[in-house]
Design a protein around this ligand. Structure first.
Ligand code: NCD
Ligand code: ZN
Length: 345
């Protein structure tokens, strides 16, 4: 048994979350505020977050529901965006434009087919300092190969525009890890908790597990291993984005189930378990509380969060959604948020 009973970390940020909208928004936003200081909020709503006023309205709605949460705003980046619209998005407080390839995930029907379609916007994005977040899957390709087939256009884009920052979101393959490692300092990647833990076999290798179905789909054990090594490496190009993506139970347990894993209720606790199991707890803080903020040019959070070794059972249902690791025991519990000295200060 490990002797560590307390983990004190600089308060973490989550650089990829889905908070949804309307009646659903409050519960999901407050769940995030439980642990995270800041979250980068994805724009794939219906209708999508496309323009400055959408960003302002959405941020205000989040603020009303979860005043303690700092929402970093993203908009859906489309080839038809004009320089004036991008400037107004920046003025409204957006920090990133999210690129969705067509049809690869929830609400992406209006997406692009090739990253080169947004090349004409790059000088403006550079001038405004907007980060480009990419859902890295190529439309129309066999699902296990979609991410790998996106890497060419991603690499070309990152190399051609060295003064624009790019994030390859929720990487799921060894190839993507290798690609980001070899690109310049303007490329980074987010990694989710679930991609650090599961493979395709957990989804379909035995009984079908719809609550583990997400985009990009979890891949091979060798891919998971590469993701783990990237997360544990201390390489600042890899940082945490949960991709917590709640869908009501009935939308997952049906004939055509939605993609997305709702990991927010267990996000930090689950990460602590993964890092501890690997003997890499000392690398957790960089991964979830430092590298993402630095890449986005944000100050590090001052507060700390304390995890205690005190097992608890993940509920079967949270706000109508079956959370990641539902019904399982988790070793770590978030005890306090406070100001104080971070673990690795
Ligand atoms: C996300 C969602 O439901 O919004 N789903 C998912 O499987 N990850 C969208 C996304 O980030 O791809
Ligand atoms: Zn997502």
């Amino acid at each position: 048994m490990n002797s560590t009973t307390n983990i004190v970390l600089r308060r973490p940020d989550d650089f990829h979350v889905h908070l949804r909208q309307d009646a659903d928004l409050g519960e999901y936003a407050r769940e995030a505020a439980r642990v995270f200081a800041r979250v980068l909020v994805m724009p794939n709503l219906v209708p999508p977050i496309l323009e400055g006023p959408d960003v302002s309205r959405y941020r205000q709605a989040i603020r009303e529901q979860a005043p303690a949460l700092e929402a970093l705003m993203a908009f859906k980046l489309l080839p038809r965006h004009t320089p004036a619209q991008l400037a107004s998005l920046k003025t409204a407080g957006a920090v990133a434009g999210k690129v969705y390839p067509e049809g690869v995930t929830t609400n992406s029907e209006d997406g692009i087919t090739d990253l080169r379609q947004i090349w004409p916007l790059m000088p403006v994005l550079e001038e405004l300092g907007l980060v480009v977040c990419c859902h890295g899957e190529k439309p129309g390709v066999f699902s296990l190969d979609r991410e790998e087939r996106f890497l060419d256009e991603f690499s070309q884009t990152v190399t051609k525009f060295p003064n624009v920052r790019f994030v390859l979101e929720h990487v799921s393959t060894a190839s993507a890890v290798e690609c980001v490692e070899h690109l310049g300092a303007n490329a980074a990647a987010t990694i989710t908790l679930h991609h650090l833990e599961i493979t395709l076999d957990d989804v379909i290798g035995g009984m079908l597990k719809p609550h583990l179905f997400c985009k990009p789909i979890a891949k091979r054990p060798s891919d998971r291993e590469a993701l783990r090594q990237a997360a544990f490496s201390g390489n600042p190009k890899f940082f945490f984005g949960s991709d917590s993506a709640p869908h009501l139970k009935g939308k997952k347990e049906c004939a055509a189930g939605c993609a997305g894993v709702y990991s927010m209720p267990v996000a930090l606790e689950g990460l602590a378990e993964v890092f501890e199991r690997a003997g890499k707890l000392e690398r957790l803080e960089g991964f979830c509380s430092q590298f993402g903020a630095e890449f986005y040019g944000l100050a590090l959070n001052e507060e700390t969060v304390t995890l205690v070794r005190d097992a608890w059972k993940v509920p079967d249902l949270a706000h109508g959604v079956v959370p990641y690791r539902a019904g399982e025991l988790l070793a770590w519990r978030v005890a306090t948020l406070s100001t104080g000295t971070p673990l690795n200060a």
